[in-house]
Design a protein around this ligand. Sequence first.
Ligand code: BYC
Length: 320
Amino acid sequence: MSPVEMNLEARFEAYVAEDKKIEPKDWMPDAYRKTLIRQISQHAHSEIVGMLPEGNWITRAPSLKRKAILLAKVQDEAGHGLYLYSAAETLGVTRDQMLDDLHTGKAKYSSIFNYPTISWADIGAVGWLVDGAAIMNQVPLCKCSYGPYARAMVRVCKEESFHQRQGFQIMLTMAQGTPEQKALAQDAFNRWWWPSLMMFGPSDADSPHSGQSMKWNIKRFSNDELRQRFVDMTVPQAELLGLTVPDPDLKWNEDRGHYDFGAIDWDEFFNVIKGNGPCNKERLAARVSAHERGAWVREAAKAHAAKQAERRAKSSTHAA
Ligand code: BYC
């Protein structure tokens, strides 16, 4: 490393240690840039793939009000994807490259979106649990050391909190409804609980990126810490709903001041992120097809932008 690079590295480390934000034009180590591109692009992919299991229910929502709310929520996820792709682009990667990585299976997206939404109660469970877990993970990211990511997360978290409440409200309505509706709510809870715990990533001992990301103030808490917080927050909510957490080992631990919970099936998790979950192939095929069918929109937008630029250039020559 040259003396100039050593100086830059020292300044970068000092900035991070002082909790200052790193901005796109600041010098940053290659590995920091790479980690951010990986995390932010995978986060963006999760947002747009996350639209699919919910989009599945827009035409079948049980009332006009529920349909309008669900439409708004799914549109929000598209918006989150756009902020995040834009944040990743500030690091020098192109959107085409990121999408190509998603479509070829090179880049990951959240494991959770590889499970099916088979009843309306699943939309409640996704909002309550999946958005609840997302908020738990993403609020600390509002303080992440990379400025564009941190600022994108502020807005994302505000919207996620509305999403979480709409999910809880669906669960509450169903849990207080007919016995059949309550059974659907419990069934959705049974199926979404464990995958929601897996969203936080592998246990700390098996998380190769956590140590360095925490040193760089990208991650503020470990995967296990956030998972525990999520369990502690969600169990009382399940009690309020009158639903049973599908974990016979769940127990309040007075000494730790936390809930103890049962073992997570990590084989299932690693199998899903390797592409073998119940819906991986369907999700990827839907994304690729949407991208191909949207090609004409991207071409039209480019042609329009080129025409406008040409008109601007002509009018400025006339004015001169
Ligand atoms: N699914 O060393 P680790 C949302 C991968 S919410 C798939 O702990 P890291 C939404 C990980 O990428 C969901 N892969 O990694 C909500 C790494 O593989 P690579 C999205 C996972 O990065 C509602 C390997 O396992 N949220 O969008 O330090 C509606 C080792 O893991 C998962 C975010 O992306 C998983 N669950 O920590 C719509 C939040 N977990 O990359 C949308 C931002 C781990 O080496 N991301 N892996 O091939 C993060 O906070 C962190 O990236 C993680 C993982 C906590 C997810």
